[in-house]
Structures are given as C-alpha cells and as structure tokens.
Design a protein around this ligand. Structure first.
Ligand code: ADP
Length: 488
C-alpha cells in the first residue's frame, strides 16, 4: 500500500495552540511532516477557553449539533484554524466543558474527554471528510477506537477506519470511578477486566490499548519496558498480549523551531561548522541569570517539569555536594512539585554564584538555556521519549542522562578512543551513579579537545521527523488493513 492516506490526528494539546508538555510538540510537528509527504492530514483538539481565537483565526465550520452524553445530549460545534501550514485543525467547542483555567486536572475530566472522543466521531459526517485512519494520542482519546468498534460498527463509512493509539506517558491513564460507563453510552457488558475495567474502575488508556487496531509508543526502548511490571503501570498484561501490533517509534524534533542556525530567540546563531555564536549565548546566559560571566566554567542546563519522574529525587541528593565541591554553574528552568521548588530555592540561596533557578514556564528562556549551556542534565527515572536531550544535542549541548526509554535510544556513551557517543550516561538509578556521570562530564570538559569531540558528536546527532514519519505511515497502513479485514 503506498497511496496517500487521509489521517485525522487527535490530541488534547497541540503546538502552537496549547501546550503543557512533549505531546503538544509532537502533535504540532508530526502532522506537518506527514502532510509534506503528500498525505491529507487534519488535527482535532478541544477548543480551550484560553486559546487566542483571533491570533489563530478560529472560525465555525458547523452549526451547533447534539451528541449523546450519558442519558442526555450535549451541544457541540466544530471550528477550524489554518495556523499550521497544510494541516487544517478542528476544534471541538463546548464552552461549559472546555473554557477552563487549565487544560486538564478538572474534577469532570471524565465528562470532558468522553464528550471529546464522541464528538470526534460524530463530527465526521458534518465536516464532509472521512479519514482512513484516526491517530489517537494518550488517554483523552482512548474511547475513539472503542466507539468505532462497538456503537458505530454498523455504520459502513466508519467501521473501516483504522486506528492507532499512541502512548506518550503510561503513568497518566485517566482512571475514574466505574459510573463513567453510563456517560459513555457503551453496553455495560464491556466493563470487564479484559476490556474497560481496571481494578474496579474505568480506565480510558486501557480502552484505547484494548480496542485500537495498532498501538505505538514514543521510543523503541519504552515499548519494551512497558511490557514489564516495573514500567507497565498495571497495564503490562494488555501490552504484552498485544505486542504483535505494538511499535516503538522515536519522536523527532521540529527543526524549524529548534535550530541554532536560524533560532530568532537566541542572542547569536551558530552551527557545528561555525560554533562561535555558542560562546556568545553562554556569556549572555550567565549575565541574564546573574551568575559570574566566565567562559571557562562549565554550565549545566536543566529544563523540566520538577518531579521525581524527571530525576529530581536524585538531584536533591547530588546537587548539594556538587555545588559545594565543583567549579560549575547550573541553570534550572521548570515548574512542578512544591517540594522541589523549595529545595531549589534554598540551594540557590546557599550557592548564589553557582545555581540559578527560574520557577516558571518560559519558552524563550528555554531556547536561551539550550543554546548557552555546555551540558544538559536529564536524569529521568523513566522517560517515554524525552525531547530535552534531543533539543540540547541539536544545540551542541552535551546531555548527561539515565539510560531509560527514549534517553537510551538517543544518547550513547561518549568514548573518546572510539570517537563515538554523544553524551554521558548512567545505568542504575542511584545518586552515586548520577554523580559519577556528572563527574565524567566535568572531567571531559576540563580537556578542551575531548570536549570539542563530544560537542561535535552532539551536533552530528539527527532527530529529524522524516524517518519517524515514514514509520508512522507503515503503522497507519497496517491499522487500515486490519480494520478493513475485520469488517469483512
Ligand atoms: P514531558 O514529560 O514534560 O512531556 P518532554 O521532554 O517530552 O517532557 O517535553 C518537555 C517539553 O517542554 C520540551 O519542549 C521542554 O523544552 C519544554 N519545557 C519543560 N519545562 C519547561 C519550562 N519550564 N519552560 C519552557 N519549556 C519547558
């Protein structure tokens, strides 16, 4: 099968419209690359209240229509934006459900995402466009494959649609009390351990994993890890059972946005061939963050959610000693758990000339830290894919990582003798192993030619989307084949 596909990409957050994490980066980049390959790709997401409607030119394309919701009906309208070149984006609008002060974490998230999933299917007739495949992402879209295979299976136009369900982070499953079943309108007999039930509760993620034609996650290593009890979050059984249709496809990064040669958000542009601008970025970053301006001292950047998933429990143990003993600077940008906000604030007061902490979400500052740091710290406990290490590599900023999930697939141990490797790694998740990897980076930095080689290898790493997009197309084709075969 090599004909062009019609792909509907369903995600709860999409750059540039709304972002809390890596899912939005992927959803904003992959569809564009697929469209450039000639496929007809469209995106669908909820119409959040905080969206800048004027900036993105949102306009209604359907009138208001009712969809079933529990024992009632709710009114939905579909709007469209053309802000992403070549990829029309549809917005499911219901202000009561989606006009809130945050994307998720609302007490009625079950209502909000049952309605979103149902609206995705109900809108297709009304927008006059029928996809070959729906590419579903994370728990918010978990019910789409279920609806297609059950309540809508008798509709010929819908029953042949293939589905891919992609896991971006298995830890967030959308688990709610059992009475969500009534909201969904699905037959009660589907509430069993091998379908929608998860230890007495309703699990949106599991629904997607059981019913989608094909499954994927965002790195080959995480695809294997999630079949084990250590990483499977209780769903390792389903995932092992479906391993024949489970694929690990590494995310890419958008080189229009993350490119030191052209990045308009950094003080000076640079590249592997012409790296001088990186020194200017470092100097300006030290100045901006209020640390001593010294080209010789190694700067370590961190841009992250502040959580133990991202390795802050290790940093809590490792940073005090490092900052006390080593000549180094650490720049941290992030928000998250209050415990880590307090820990970092305390530590930066103790080491005002070595640690600078910015506790907010700031995209432009993130660009300047990626560009101006020498090394990037990402000691995640687990990491489905991770974008920070890939972005830092693109900026010649050498990562120090725990080898897990996508970090294991993208960062390889630097070995000078072989001239190979693009970063520093540790394998066991302990403070000692983490500190050892950071010391290796410091040691390497102290020897200029060594460090130049590590930087060179970092720049040479390639995480463009094209290769991964071709893998997605193969999985979409498989999903479509499976859906059409099961229809016959
Ligand atoms: P996550 O698990 O949070 O999705 P990823 O590494 O996949 O982690 O993606 C995180 C994305 O969010 C990256 O683009 C990173 O640069 C960005 N990011 C994280 N925290 C911040 C912050 N405080 N300010 C700006 N960007 C941030």
């Amino acid at each position: 099968m090599s004909s062009k596909l019609k792909i509907l990409y369903a995600a709860a957050e999409v750059v540039p419209f709304a972002k809390t994490g890596g899912l939005a980066d992927v959803a904003g980049a992959l569809p564009q690359v697929l469209a450039e390959m000639g496929h007809d790709v469209r995106i669908v997401m909820p119409c959040y209240g905080q969206l800048d409607r004027n900036k993105y030119g949102l306009r209604p394309i359907t009138g208001s229509f009712g969809i079933p919701h529990g024992s009632d009906w709710i009114q939905i309208a579909i709007e469209q934006s053309d802000a992403i070149p070549g990829v029309p984006t549809y917005f499911v609008r219901n202000d009561y459900l989606y006009d809130r002060n945050s994307l998720y974490g609302q007490p009625d998230d079950d209502h909000r995402f049952v309605a979103y999933s149902r609206a995705i299917i109900e809108m297709l007739d009304r927008i006059g466009w029928m996809p070959d495949v729906i590419s579903c992402n994370d728990w918010h879209t978990g019910l789409v494959p279920v609806y297609l295979k059950t309540l809508y299976a008798h509709r010929p136009a819908l029953s042949g649609i293939g589905t891919l369900f992609t896991i971006h982070n298995l830890a967030y499953q959308g688990v709610f009390p059992a009475d969500v079943m009534e909201l969904t309108g699905l037959p009660p007999e589907l509430f069993t351990w091998d379908k929608l039930e998860f230890y007495g509760q309703f699990d949106f993620m599991k629904a997607g994993l059981v019913y989608a034609d094909t499954l994927s996650t965002v790195s080959p290593t995480y695809a294997k890890e999630i079949q084990t009890p250590e990483f499977g979050e209780g769903l390792q059984g389903v995932l092992s059972y479906r391993k024949d249709v489970l694929y690990g496809i590494l995310n890419g990064i958008d080189d229009q946005i993350w490119n030191p040669r052209t990045d308009p958000l950094i003080p000076a542009n640079f590249s592997a061939q012409d790296p001088d601008g990186k020194q200017i970025c470092k100097r300006e970053l030290q100045r901006e963050m209020g640390l001593p301006v010294d080209p010789a001292v190694p700067v370590f950047g961190i841009i992250s959610r502040l959580s133990s998933q991202k390795g802050f429990d290790l940093l809590d143990q490792v940073l005090p000693g490092l900052l006390a003993d080593e000549s180094m600077q650490v720049m941290i940008l992030g928000t998250g758990d209050q415990y880590y906000h307090d820990m970092l604030t305390r530590l930066s007061a103790l080491h005002p000339d070595k640690l600078a902490v910015t506790l907010k979400f700031d995209n432009a500052l993130a660009h300047r830290i990626y560009a101006g740091s020498d090394a990037f710290l990402m000691p995640s406990n687990y990491e489905p894919c991770g974008l920070g290490q890939m972005i830092s590599l693109a900026y010649g900023t050498v990562p120090v990582v725990h080898t897990t999930g996508g970090l294991a697939d993208s960062v390889h141990e630097f070995r000078l003798a072989a001239g190979a490797g693009n970063g520093f790694i540790f394998k066991t998740y302990t403070a000692m192993a983490c500190a050892t990897a950071i010391h290796q980076a410091l040691h390497c930095y102290a020897d200029r030619p060594n460090w130049q080689q590590a930087m060179h290898n970092a720049f040479a790493s390639n995480f463009s989307w094209e290769g991964s997009a071709r893998e997605y197309v193969k999985v979409y084709e498989k999903a479509l084949r499976l859906a059409r075969n099961s229809k016959q």
